[in-house]
Design a protein around this ligand. Structure first.
Ligand SMILES: [Zn+2]
Length: 237
């Protein structure tokens, strides 16, 4: 059974004289590996599109026994050529891609992470200067979109709005916020600044292009790092 999809190539490698394996992010099936037999020399079927960080329309054959995927042919949609000449932005892109490889597994519904990844690459390909905290926001957003959306806007036990909670705690096991009156000794969480949780709540509703103009305080970024790190470790590692 063959299907066609626009996928993002993450890595490639040679395994015989002219054959390549290709690891890619699919918009619907998570991260997959396919084999391009004769991929190193077939310009007719692949026209030089088999490189990492290329967006490619592949015709993919899953075969009747589904043992492995064969890449039949590919057409380059976007090679992000500007990004590939800019060291800083390329480093940021590599950082985001590493994270996607960490959280996205084969067979996952990857549509949300895929569109976030493409949004980010299009932005980074645009010669813009993105802030150094971009990968942190990307990781938070990707985690939230990939099935672990926290609830920041109110205490999950009494309903008090976050804007009225003076010393909120973030519970990383269930992604909820509780006020100081509702926190229990058995909770798995820690105190975070109200403004940091508001910042993360705002992040949920924005896209990468919105982040360029942001200038959060250092302590907000520190909180975000701690929250995202604890949340990812608990749920995804
Ligand atoms: Zn409460």
């Amino acid at each position: 059974m063959a299907f066609s999809e626009k996928v993002l190539i993450l890595r490639t490698g040679r395994f015989k004289e002219y054959d390549l394996w290709v690891r890619f992010l699919s918009p619907t099936r998570g991260i997959l590996t396919g084999f391009a037999f004769g991929g190193c020399r077939s310009r007719r079927r692949f026209c030089g599109c088999l490189d990492s960080l290329n967006l490619v329309l592949f015709t993919i054959n899953a075969g009747s026994r589904k043992k492995y995927l064969t890449l039949e042919e590919g057409t380059l949609i976007n090679g992000f050529s500007t990004l590939k000449t800019q060291r800083d932005n390329l480093g940021i892109a590599a950082n985001c891609i590493r994270f996607v490889q960490q959280i996205c597994l084969e067979g996952d519904d990857s549509s949300a992470v895929y569109s976030l990844m493409l949004d980010s690459l299009l932005l980074l390909d645009n010669k813009v200067r993105v802030p150094s905290f971009f990968p942190l926001l990307f990781k938070a957003k990707a985690t939230f979109m990939h099935g672990y959306e926290p609830l920041f806007n109110s205490c999950s036990r009494c309903g008090l709005l976050l804007s009225k909670i003076e010393r909120p705690s973030f519970l990383y096991d269930n992604g909820q916020v509780v006020c100081s009156g509702c926190v229990r000794n058995s909770d798995q969480g820690f105190k975070a600044r109200q403004k940091s949780l508001m910042f993360l709540d705002r992040l949920r509703l924005t896209r990468p292009k919105d982040w360029i103009a942001w200038n959060p305080e250092q302590e907000v970024l520190q909180d975000c790092f701690r929250i995202v790190d604890a949340y990812v470790q608990y749920h995804l590692e």
